[in-house]
Design a protein around this ligand. Sequence first.
Ligand SMILES: Nc1ncnc2c1ncn2[C@@H]1O[C@H](COP(=O)(O)OP(=O)(O)OP(=O)(O)O)[C@@H](O)[C@H]1O
Ligand SMILES: [Mg+2]
Length: 314
Amino acid sequence: MGTEFNISESKLQTGDPKSAHVIVCGNEKGGSGKTTISMHMVVALLKTGYRVATIDLDSRQRSFSRYIENRRNWARLNRLQLELPDHFELNRSTRDSANESDSEDFSRFANILAEIERSHDFVVIDTPGSDNYLMRLAHSLADTLTTPLNDSFIDFDVLGKVDAKTHEIYDISHYAMMVKEARRQRRIADSRMLDWVVVRNRLASLSSRNQVNLHNSLKELSSKLGFRVADGISERVIFREFFPMGLTALDDLDHETLGTRPTMSHLSARQEIRQLLSALKLPIDDRGKRRADARRVWLDSAFKPLEIPDIFAD
Ligand SMILES: Nc1ncnc2c1ncn2[C@@H]1O[C@H](COP(=O)(O)OP(=O)(O)OP(=O)(O)O)[C@@H](O)[C@H]1O
Ligand SMILES: [Mg+2]
């Protein structure tokens, strides 16, 4: 188990023009817990005193945006002081040509990042459970990528293919290849590695053979793909109950805030989320500024035409 998320250690010094650290929550598998975990990361960071901006790239479902709207409404209705991020939604371009629409998506995204990266410490980006240009772009800009994974080999399959008998991994799947490519592009731009953390979600309370097999396969895949595995989040009804109120396990656990009596499950969930935040090892020093500078260079160069050496000319 990880250590507690350390509040005093993680305060940024005020007045320092550091740039935002980009956390992307992604997994091509739908329903793995991206929005739920994004919202918990956001509230954890806000409660620690960080300035947090959020971007919803899932323009069809808008669950992240809805979660934040619900939080605002719940606070107003009950006269509560609930922390809120500065939120942005990015609707995908509807241009006919793929090139034009990618280019428009790119400049909208770059504009939002330019607007927030100096004024915020963290940007948390929630992505859809499907592959598209914006989702890939977000992955290539991530400093930390959090991938929630349900405790099932169906969900594991988006990362790697597992032999039914030996449980050995014999192939890398589409999403994992996409992250590999995002990493490669990032390395070319600023020679940095994105920190990829897979979070097991909806863990059953009783250990099973499936859990053990999955743990072993993840361990094998983590060394092949270069991700870390964080301690998991258990399956808890309260995670499903939080959404309409926009609450998280990190909010005050009293009747006034929750509208009901807190339970042991609230306390355990809070503990797990704190351990997750600690496991993410988010940066708190000058590296943040250097990363953002490199990101700007990458954004500036990404849509420039390739320079073709003379030997390829007609
Ligand atoms: N640890 C958990 N325990 C119980 N329910 C959970 C847990 N994590 C997520 N859920 C529930 O699972 C469902 C899917 O979660 P969520 O919407 O966060 O996933 P997602 O990856 O964002 O989905 P999508 O790909 O559709 O955007 C939701 O109903 C959510 O409340
Ligand atoms: Mg979602």
